[in-house]
Write a new protein. Structure first.
Length: 260
């Protein structure tokens, strides 16, 4: 039986997609610590399930997530924040091997924008707005905003967003390379699920190693990254799916993936 949570909802879409819905609509899905614990649990459970080949995370039309829960931080001092060590939860999500698609509508701000950027691809509704407004409340991004946003959109726009807190529209995010596509709000979740279906129709071990290799491009030299890619490429030749895929191509038929 599926676990039930207080602040998120999980469900299966078809045989191979696991979905997670952020479910604190009354506070625009602000990410309190308990929500982050539930997210870690849901992500790691999906990641350990060989049937799950892609994960889709979404909020609601008004908000993906409007950031970390400010009520939990307003009184905290540095030592308390340090001992709280909330970013360990974020690191766990970062290590999820299964590809993740974020379906974003409405606000993706602060930790909400950072959570979307932690995902591998973003499908945005036309109403999506991305921002790192932490500076307006006296702090700055803490869950990867200064790093992932800069890598995604470049220094000029990242600097402007982080220093002024300006939100960008879905189309500006598309032009800047932050999101994969922008679609009408009525279909943003369907489009994200369709993208996830496409990923899930690929051989899952190849998808995991390919995800890992692309992410490696962000934190290593080209030399080491190429080496890492090559090792993963060789490794795939010991999977049944690699031989099935090439054989199916030569026999002009559709491959049947075993996930092995
Ligand atoms: C706690 C929040 C919240 C948040 C909204 N709410 N964002 N509560 N933490 N981050 C609550 C509001 O207090 C309000 O509760 C309800 O949600 C609806 O929000 P409104 O402000 O009334 O809605 P609206 O006027 O439409 O404005 C939407 C908004 C605004 C522009 C998104 O809510 C806003 O600026 N929110 C804060 C965004 C932000 O600063 N995010 C960064 C947080 S710091 P009531 O009870 O009044 O109905 C951060 C650091 C990350 O993320 C570090 C890593 C973890």
């Amino acid at each position: 039986m599926e676990r039930t949570y207080q602040f998120i909802r999980i469900a299966r879409h078809g045989d191979h997609i696991g979905t997670i819905q952020l479910n604190r609509p009354e506070v625009l899905n602000a990410l309190n610590l308990a929500t982050m614990d539930e997210l870690v649990d849901a992500f790691t459970t999906y990641d350990a399930d060989p049937a799950i080949r892609c994960i889709v995370i979404y909020g609601n039309e008004k908000a993906f997530a409007a950031g970390a829960d400010i009520t939990e931080m307003a009184e905290a001092d540095s030592v308390e924040m340090l001992l709280r060590d909330q970013f360990r939860k974020w690191d766990t999500i970062r290590r999820v091997k299964t590809p993740i698609v974020a379906a974003v509508s409405g606000y993706a701000l602060g930790g909400g924008c950072e959570l979307a950027m932690l995902c591998d691809m973003i499908v945005a509704s036309e109403t999506a707005r991305f921002g790192q407004p932490e500076i307006k409340i006296g702090v700055m991004p803490g869950a990867g905003g200064t790093q992932r946003l800069t890598r995604a959109v470049g220094k000029a726009l990242a600097m402007e967003m982080v220093l002024t807190g300006r939100m960008i529209s879905a189309y500006e995010a598309l032009r800047a390379g932050l999101v994969n596509k922008v679609v009408p709000v009525e279909v943003y979740l369907d489009e994200a699920l369709a993208l996830a279906d496409e990923v899930a129709s690929m051989p899952p071990i190849a998808a995991r190693l390919a995800k890992e290799s692309v992410l490696r491009a962000f934190d290593t030299t080209l030399e080491i990254g190429l080496e890492y890619e090559r090792k993963n490429f060789y490794l795939l030749f010991s999977t049944e799916d690699a031989h099935e895929g090439m054989k199916a191509f030569l026999e002009k038929r559709q491959p049947k993936w075993q996930g092995q």
